[in-house]
Write a protein that binds this ligand. Structure first.
Ligand SMILES: [Zn+2]
Ligand SMILES: [Zn+2]
Length: 404
């Protein structure tokens, strides 16, 4: 349902519908992919310009499904700290990118920021996806609108080419500096590999070259919806936080005397599950372990690295959009809820049942799967004790030792 809603949200921002003007398909729109820089060479599967499969740096021609792909050639020297900190700042770097893009656009067009903002609105919708190397990257739809959003056409000088130039400049310029006594100063920036492709409406507008035909409204919406639900699967990590809920990762809880007491739930490790024992690849484990270790540094407290270690440091939303882009997931849910309610009331009316008002508890999509039957181990002991007690009481009663 989340994927379907995301699809409609992105699609509405590209083709109109769901209260978005249909003229948005004539606005300049780009499908942009931004990636992380390198933190050390990784096993790869590259092809040369002729499309021939080149051997990796390790000398092997890796198969497509080789689990080694994306993992470091030299784990001992791979910059795990840099990689985790990059993931942890990816959301902030994206925010900075959007600001710099507006600035770069004004600069490229020879306008002031104020004049640009008065005539043009830039809308964004993005999703995060994990690469095999455990770093997130972003896919985004960027659209130019007129001053009042999607209902107004953008000015004629706001072209796809200007958008492309502005993205390039903003990718180069957006950076964050992280300062820490323990690890020194780090600059968080985008990798040199990024893509900007125009999006064309299907069967609409002039297809001037082969590249234009590559991305259509429906195709881009489909990609984005797919990425939005893939979450961290791509990185081969686990789907739950590793932070002990009782002590929030600290390993201790305040005792009655206000001194710190050892947390018995995690035996003082702060971890709900032992990182060492997780059934994951060594590279992913090292990313998690690095995130956990950095979580001890007070300067990184805001990054909540214990809570998000299983996400390899990334704590952003998988999908997000600027307010003006299109409808919202909440609005789509409200429409669905209203529709279901109307359906349920119609069904009650047909069955001759009284139609309830707003207070009706409506059971929405529920599905049940079979897990097992019988007692769990602890419950089994209790049940045995209860059976024994009942049998014992019955015997005493039969023997006349207790009143019936
Ligand atoms: Zn290799
Ligand atoms: Zn604990």
């Amino acid at each position: 349902m989340y994927a379907a809603d995301t699809y409609h949200l992105i699609k509405a921002g590209l083709s109109g519908g769901k209260k978005v003007a249909e003229t948005v398909r004539d606005h300049p729109r780009a499908f942009v992919t931004l990636t992380a820089p390198s933190f050390g060479p990784v096993h790869n599967r590259m092809t040369d310009s002729a499309g021939k499969h080149r051997p990796c740096g390790c000398g092997i021609r890796h198969a497509e499904d080789d689990p080694a792909l994306g993992t470091p050639l030299a784990p001992a020297t791979y910059d795990y700290t840099g990689a985790v900190l990059w993931n942890a700042h990816a959301g902030a770097l994206w925010a900075r990118f959007t600001t710099y893009m507006r600035r770069a656009l004004a600069e490229h067009l020879g306008m002031t920021q104020k004049a640009l903002n008065a005539a043009l609105r830039v809308s964004f919708a993005k999703v995060a996806e994990y690469q095999k190397r455990g770093l997130v990257h972003f896919h985004a739809v960027i659209r130019f609108d007129g001053p009042d959003g999607h209902t107004t056409p953008p000015p004629c000088w706001a072209t796809f080419d200007a958008l492309q130039v502005a993205v390039g400049l903003a990718v180069e310029r957006a950076r964050l500096t992280v300062k820490s006594d323990a690890i020194g100063e780090r600059v968080i920036a985008w990798g040199g590999r990024f893509k900007v492709d125009p999006i064309s409406a299907l069967g609409h507008g002039e297809l001037t070259d082969a590249r234009v035909a590559e991305y259509t409204d429906a195709k881009v919406a489909g990609y984005v919806a797919k990425y939005a639900t893939k979450n961290a699967e791509g990185a081969g990590t686990v789907d739950r936080t590793l932070m002990c809920r009782s002590c929030k990762g600290r390993g201790y809880v305040p005792g009655p005397d206000l001194f710190h007491d050892h947390c018995t739930d995690c035996d003082g490790t702060g971890q709900a599950e032992s990182i060492k024992a997780l059934p994951i690849q060594q590279h992913v484990r090292q990313m998690i372990r690095t995130a956990w270790d950095l979580g001890h540094l007070p300067e990184f407290a805001d990054l909540k690295l214990w809570k998000w270690a299983h996400m390899l440091g990334f704590r952003g939303h998988f999908s997000s959009k600027s307010r003006a882009y299109s409808t919202t997931l909440g609005a789509l849910r409200d429409v669905r809820r209203a529709w279901r309610l109307a359906q349920a009331e119609a069904a009650r009316a047909r069955a001759g049942l009284p139609v309830d008002g707003e207070d009706t508890t409506l059971v929405t999509a529920s599905s049940w799967t079979y897990l097992s039957s019988g007692y769990r181990p602890g419950e089994e002991l209790l049940a045995a004790q209860v059976r024994h007690d009942i049998a014992h009481t019955r015997r005493l009663r039969q023997e006349g030792l207790v009143p019936a």
